[in-house]
Design a protein around this ligand. Structure first.
Ligand SMILES: *[C@@H]1O[C@H](CO)[C@@H](O)[C@H](O)[C@H]1NC(C)=O
Ligand SMILES: *[C@@H]1O[C@H](CO)[C@@H](O)[C@H](O)[C@H]1NC(C)=O
Ligand SMILES: *[C@@H]1O[C@H](CO)[C@@H](O)[C@H](O)[C@H]1NC(C)=O
Ligand SMILES: *[C@@H]1O[C@H](CO)[C@@H](O)[C@H](O)[C@H]1NC(C)=O
Ligand SMILES: *[C@@H]1O[C@H](CO)[C@@H](O)[C@H](O)[C@H]1NC(C)=O
Ligand SMILES: *[C@@H]1O[C@H](CO)[C@@H](O)[C@H](O)[C@H]1NC(C)=O
Ligand SMILES: *[C@@H]1O[C@H](CO)[C@@H](O)[C@H](O)[C@H]1NC(C)=O
Ligand SMILES: *[C@@H]1O[C@H](CO)[C@@H](O)[C@H](O)[C@H]1NC(C)=O
Length: 756
């Protein structure tokens, strides 16, 4: 809590923040207007504040009818640090609302401004005819760069799949901005040619918050969604404006700050079997999506898949069953989430026993005639609106029952909540009420936490995804549209950046590992099984093929994993490099994908970054040191680089690498290997297990231990019966050591002795 220390004596004052170094500056005037400078240049200036109350709109500004009763400043201390605010106390009809601009001048790790709306005594009759609008707008900015000498670009997330399907990227000028808004809007990043980036997004009330654009004055603004009918007393909604140099850096920092303040842990991500291990998927795009083998039930078809994959030693660890197994009702929503006897004649327990696998289960929106609802003679309280198209459970008991039962019946290892956007938009009460959406996702998550079952979000608007920053049992989310053989839905480098910031593991969706799978319902082929496989693995999310019986390319698939189906992953999800985004925004390179990631490995107390770059449609793109997040360190290591198909053609990386014509068939996957030293005389470049997509992974090489000046010893993890080949350059000579796991799951590899 702070205290008011100053009522304004001046007509206009300017608050300078961190003027001693470049970054954000906000200037605020006593009439309630404000503007934002980045590195000394004005990027943004405010558009009028407004609030709905008593069935009318009150707009700020010179000729406006929103009364500004008082402007004041205060300061104080909270868990981020020492803050200062400028507060504008407005009266809108019978409602008193404060708009505040808060800065943390001494907080050096993060550079940001927080904008808050506080409804002191609440507000009534706030709703507008258009649910895509907002009932109050603060902050709001005019569209376009405010400095004629500064060219700006933008990336706006929107639509579903963590903001992938409705995202837009382009020039931030008065005429060319076309971004998603309202229920499907999402975080906005504005950046310059050098990658200096401002992110603006909701920072609280994630389910209720919306972005409005272009509104009535070609602006972009934030507030509570337009359908909300009343706001309770003391309701506060916050928007953050976060700055960093670098687009990826800005998302990382913004996400880290949110995760820290909301206390999101990584605990459930680490123990999620569907993230750590290979699974078999049957969702849209998979061969057996609403399709069985001829004249067979689903039960027999799944058992055939099991038999086939066992016979090929494909180490799946779980099966995912999509929406084809349960009962649907009105509007094709789920009526009863139980297995149909025509699908699984012997029931769930018998099947799970025969498969000897736990199951990941899909669920969709609830139908209005669901048997669980009290209204339909069921046992649980549901919200059913006469003018809605779906229903929604509004009691914790229901979720506890549903997920507890599924755990017992199926050994449930993942609850996939699909159709999040349709469930939300289809129930007027979700849109009218400022808190019901929160309650829905919180009750679902609390039950999942009770039974320790991780959740995957699918068809999430960014509001659902942002809400997950408070729900750490939500471990993963789909980040692109449904897979179909031959479709381009593997392009997840941009949406993965948002998912990763929130702490969600991105899921690319299922894929085929071979091109031709006869009799498929899509009448299609998959020309790029390799690209789909590598993208899945570099995502750090689930890897889940959906091949027909007889249709798996084992040697291709097993590049992801060890013999036990454990996925060998990089440390962070692969994301588009900044320059891909800047070039796309400026129209220079429409289809190019250049993503980077790394494995961070501890070597005798320091961290070494083993980098990876994936390139598609690169046509001569020149990769520079500044593009590589793993080389950010000023005193960076010496690196060699090789393309994954030809480890023997490694070269020293100095300042750049020209990527040839990498294509979808011949995509490029470069590995950047940092130098290690044995004493002062010997150099080692650990190239790792070069027949895997990720040759140096924390899962395979669990420790790298320098032994004084004589050796480096690798602790290599494997599965009994597995053979692992590890390559490295020792003083310039390529060595490959074979480790065979006979009795133990851990072996020591001596670099100097070239033996395991
Ligand atoms: C305030 O002004 C706006 C814009 O002129 C108008 O639409 C609105 O109805 C006015 N509000 C009230 C309470 O008169
Ligand atoms: C709104 O604020 C004004 C000025 O401080 C005060 O007189 C009034 O009582 C407040 N109204 C409510 C409903 O709190
Ligand atoms: C906005 O940017 C586009 C693309 O560069 C350009 O065609 C258009 O003329 C610009 N408009 C303004 C008003 O600057
Ligand atoms: C499936 O059943 C039909 C009709 O009984 C039969 O003609 C067909 O040969 C069967 N197909 C297979 C693969 O058994
Ligand atoms: C399992 O597959 C093998 C071929 O790998 C086949 O001989 C056997 O009949 C199959 N078993 C069942 C139960 O389908
Ligand atoms: C739909 O019904 C709810 C109450 O069930 C009501 O609050 C809302 O205004 C209605 N919406 C429309 C568009 O009729
Ligand atoms: C399997 O994948 C490998 C690449 O890993 C490829 O060389 C081979 O042709 C593929 N086989 C089939 C049957 O698709
Ligand atoms: C790259 O390859 C694609 C596909 O083969 C081709 O269409 C394109 O012209 C090539 N571009 C360059 C610069 O070689």
């Amino acid at each position: 809590m702070g205290f008011v220390y100053q009522l304004f004596a001046f007509l206009v004052w300017v608050q300078l923040v961190r003027s001693q170094y470049p970054g954000l500056q906000v200037s605020i005037t006593t009439d309630g207007t404000y503007s934002v400078k980045v590195n000394g240049r004005q990027w943004l200036s405010s558009a009028p504040t407004y609030f709905m109350a008593d069935g009318a709109m009150f707009i700020g500004g010179k000729n406006g009818n929103l009364s500004l009763l008082q402007s004041s400043a205060s300061s104080g201390y909270d868990k981020i640090g020492e803050w200062q605010t400028s507060d504008f106390f407005y009266s809108a009809g019978s409602s008193n609302i404060t708009a505040s601009i808060k800065t943390y001048p001494y907080e050096l790790e993060d550079d940001f401004i927080m904008f808050s709306q506080t409804y002191h005594n609440g507000a009534t009759r706030t709703n507008r005819a258009d649910v895509s609008s907002v009932i109050g707008r603060f902050p709001a900015f005019s569209v376009g760069s405010q400095d004629p000498l500064v060219s700006l670009f933008y990336l706006a997330y929107g639509g579903i799949m963590v903001g992938d399907t409705g995202k837009s990227i382009g020039v931030w000028n008065k005429t060319d901005v076309a971004m998603s808004y309202g229920l499907s809007g999402g975080p906005l990043a504005i950046f310059d040619q050098e990658g200096n980036t401002v992110i603006i997004s909701p920072f609280s009330q994630f389910m209720a918050a919306s972005v409005t654009h272009p509104d009535f004055d070609n602006s972009v603004g934030w507030g509570v969604m337009g359908g909300v009918q009343k706001v309770p007393p003391n309701y506060q909604y916050d928007t953050i404006l976060y700055y960093a140099k670098g687009i990826n850096k800005a998302f990382e920092g913004w996400g880290r700050l949110m995760r820290k303040l909301y206390g999101r842990t990584d605990d459930f991500v680490k123990t999620d079997l569907t993230i750590s291990h290979l699974g078999y998927w049957t969702d849209n795009g998979a061969y057996y999506y609403y399709l069985t083998e001829q004249n067979k039930t689903y039960e027999d078809s799944m058992l055939d898949v099991k038999n086939y994959t066992d016979s090929q030693s494909i180490p799946y660890r779980y099966f995912q069953f999509d929406s084809w197994w349960y009962y649907k009702g009105a509007g094709n929503g789920v009526k009863e989430w139980e297995p149909r006897p025509d699908i699984f004649p012997h029931g769930s327990k018998a099947l799970v026993q025969k498969l000897d696998f736990p199951i990941a289960l899909h669920n969709r929106f609830w139908s209005k005639d669901t048997i669980y609802a009290v209204q339909n003679k069921g046992r649980y309280l549901f919200q059913i609106d006469t003018n809605g198209t779906v229903s929604a459970p509004i009691t914790q008991d229901f979720w506890n029952y549903l997920l507890g039962r599924a755990r017992d019946d199926w050994g449930l290892v993942l609850y996939e909540q699909d159709w999040l956007n349709v469930e939300f938009a289809g129930l007027p009460s979700f849109l009218n009420n400022v808190n019901l959406g929160n309650l829905w996702l919180e009750e679902m998550a609390d039950a999942a936490k009770l039974w320790k079952i991780p959740i995957q979000y699918c068809m999430s608007n960014t509001r659902h995804a942002l809400k997950a920053v408070q729900l750490d049992i939500v471990t993963q989310a789909r980040v692109s549209g449904d897979y179909h053989p031959g479709h381009d839905q593997w392009r997840i480098g941009v949406s993965s950046m948002l998912a990763a910031a929130i702490g969600l593991r991105p899921f690319k969706d299922t894929f085929w590992t071979t091109t031709n799978q006869p009799g498929n319902k899509y009448r299609s082929t998959e020309p790029y099984p390799g690209l789909n496989a590598v993208v899945s693995t570099l995502s750090t999310g689930p890897v889940g093929p959906g091949d027909m019986v007889g249709g798996t390319n084992r040697s291709l698939l097993m590049r992801c994993c060890n013999e036990d189906g454990m996925i060998l992953k990089p440390s962070i999800p692969a994301t588009s490099i900044d320059r891909q985004l800047i070039m796309t925004a400026s129209g220079a390179m429409a289809d190019m994908e250049v993503w980077s990631t790394y494995s961070a490995m501890s070597v005798g107390g320091t961290v070494k970054y083993f980098g990876m770059v994936l390139g598609v449609d690169t046509a001569g793109f020149k990769l520079l040191t500044k593009d590589l997040n793993f080389m950010a360190d000023a005193q960076r290591d010496e690196y060699i680089v090789f393309e994954h198909r030809s480890p023997q053609s490694h070269v020293t990386f100095t300042t750049s690498l020209t990527m040839p014509n990498c294509t979808k068939t011949n995509f490029c996957l470069y590995h950047f290997i940092p130098e290690m030293k044995i004493g002062n005389t010997h150099t080692v470049f650990l190239m790792g297990e070069t027949d895997k997509w990720v040759p140096v992974s924390e899962q395979r090489i669990v420790a790298i231990t320098p032994i004084q000046d004589t050796d480096i010893v690798l602790t290599v993890a494997g599965v009994r019966g597995e053979t692992v080949r590890i390559s490295y350059l020792l003083d310039g000579t390529l060595q490959t050591v074979t480790c065979t796991f006979k009795l133990t799951s851990s072996l020591m590899l001596s670099i100097s002795n070239k033996s395991c």
